[in-house]
Design a protein around this ligand. Structure first.
Ligand SMILES: Cc1cc2nc3c(=O)[nH]c(=O)nc-3n(C[C@H](O)[C@H](O)[C@H](O)COP(=O)(O)OP(=O)(O)OC[C@H]3O[C@@H](n4cnc5c(N)ncnc54)[C@H](O)[C@@H]3O)c2cc1C
Length: 444
């Protein structure tokens, strides 16, 4: 049987049950379709670092496929047009892909299905547990993290499946053009390359290599990558590493070297990822609405101030640490969890902007962008998501004193910017003259 496998967020050979399910085909066409994101919240396109990371994941996967006599067909366009066309041209008899949590991805999958005259099989996504393993129906998923965690904690995490030793060949006579080249290199502050092998090296370094996992609970709030938290997200988000692979690497480490609170905490954070994944599938469009889950909590009043948003995006606010964090994101495509919390809180609670603009900016630039984790965390901080406390307002002065006491991080990323007045025009758009009060604005 000639089959087609559509890669989405599962860019790996190992622990990829979807791809494996198609390895008995007589010929297999492996496809990735690059889609330009739709403009949203005054933003368009994908940041250069995010684009680079994805292209590197794809190139590495392509090399791995080629070593098994396979290849990767890279196309640009709409899957609902391209996949049916490919199935007709190459007389494909079965299509497979893995599940993505976003509602728009799910709708697109249904459009692909409607246009196909052959079966489309949807395999499990990159999660710790399969959907059938969950001890509740998806419609009854707990709204908050703690009950979710308590419900899944006793469940076994299945062993990752090894990479296939061979795969069926692609249809003969099919040409595989080269992948586009990335327009940037990794920033020196985050010299990470995409691809499963690089991800596995990082996992090995964080666990058995440097044994940094033993201090993870104490260091995870560090603002720099590689020295505090695991920095595994760039691979996990694209499926270049599977969540089960990471969990089992932690278990092996615990068995061999002994576990502690810190080793357990990494699993704890994977449960957060898991929680947001299943919540995204459940919450559908509510993940992108201003009022979020809309469960009786009241939104803060806010308006759209393009200048304040542009200043936050570029790292030119009156909050030096936020500026540094935004500049780190723009340059490297990554920001620590604590940094994301500080920066998001600033946009929502200090600048009074619609949280979705911040989330969209993160979506554009993060090399680990993940729909559930990104929009779920933003909603959490805005107080319209799964937070029992109704939002998180981080005190900017306290955060800077705690996480960058000597100002080294702020200085490194050029966070100290000249102060500017909050508004330069009045409500009727007439220019305002600066006043003395403006000088005291902000928290420098
Ligand atoms: C506003 C905001 C936006 C975010 N957007 C994303 C996103 O688009 N993609 C993304 O992967 N994470 C996102 N996170 C979660 C978290 O910041 C990153 O997963 C983490 O910083 C990645 O670095 P790490 O791999 O070193 O994490 P570690 O601390 O080493 O954690 C290990 C893994 O656990 C998972 N994880 C850790 N913290 C969280 C969390 N709070 N929520 C969900 N999963 C978590 C990630 O997969 C991470 O790689 C966001 C957090 C906030 C506050």
């Amino acid at each position: 049987m000639r089959e087609l496998y559509w890669l989405q967020k599962d860019l790996r050979l190992q622990d990829n049950p979807g791809l494996l399910a198609h390895s008995a085909a007589s010929e297999l066409l492996v496809v990735y379709i690059w889609q330009e994101p739709r403009p949203w919240c005054n933003l368009r396109g994908v940041g250069k670092q995010r684009q680079r990371m994805l292209l590197e994941h794809l190139q590495s996967l392509r090399d791995a496929l080629r070593s098994l006599g396979q290849d990767l067909l890279f196309l640009t366009g709409q899957p609902e047009l391209l996949i049916p066309e490919l199935t007709r041209t190459w007389r494909i008899e079965r299509v497979g892909t893995s599940r993505c949590p976003g509602v728009y991805e799910a709708q697109q999958l249904e459009r692909v299905r409607e246009r196909l005259t052959i079966p489309l099989q949807v395999h499990a996504g990159n999660t710790l547990y399969g959907r059938q393993q969950l001890p509740f129906d998806l419609k009854d998923i707990p709204e908050q993290f703690t009950p979710f965690r308590k419900a899944v904690e006793p469940l076994p995490i299945e062993l990752p499946i090894p990479a296939p030793e061979q795969l069926p060949p692609p249809p003969t006579a099919l040409a595989f053009p080269p992948l586009p080249a990335a327009s940037v290199s990794p920033h020196t502050a985050l010299p990470l390359r995409g691809g499963s092998q690089a991800g596995q090296r990082r996992l090995q370094q964080f666990t058995f290599g440097e044994e940094a996992i033993l201090q993870y609970k104490a260091t995870r709030n560090c603002l720099d990558p590689l020295t505090g938290s695991s920095t595994l997200s760039p691979w996990l988000a694209h499926g270049a590493l599977s969540a089960r692979e990471v969990a089992h690497a932690v278990y092996s480490f615990e068995q061999e070297k002994g576990g502690n609170d810190s080793t357990h905490w990494l699993i704890f954070e994977l449960w957060w990822r898991e929680f947001f994944h299943w919540r995204a599938l459940h919450d559908k469009h509510r993940l992108f609405r201003f009022e979020g889950l809309g469960n009786g909590r009241r939104n803060r009043f806010c308006t759209f101030d393009p200048r304040a948003f542009a200043r936050w995006c570029q790292g030119d606010t009156n909050y030096p640490l936020v500026n540094a964090l935004q500049r780190q994101l723009l340059a490297t495509g990554w920001m620590s969890n604590r940094g994301r919390q500080i920066s998001a809180s600033c946009l929502i609670h200090e600048l009074g902007l619609d949280w979705r603009y911040g989330a969209a900016f993160f979506e554009k630039h993060l090399i680990d962008y993940d729909v559930g984790s990104n929009y779920g965390n933003w909603q959490y901080i805005a107080g319209v998501g799964c937070d029992p406390r109704g939002g998180r307002h981080f005190n900017q002065t306290k955060q800077a004193a705690e996480h960058d006491p000597d100002g080294l991080f702020t200085a490194k990323w050029g966070g100290l910017r000249p102060k500017q007045p909050l508004f330069v025009t009045d409500a009727a758009d007439w220019p305002l003259l600066p006043t003395e009060a403006d000088e005291g604005d902000g928290e420098n």
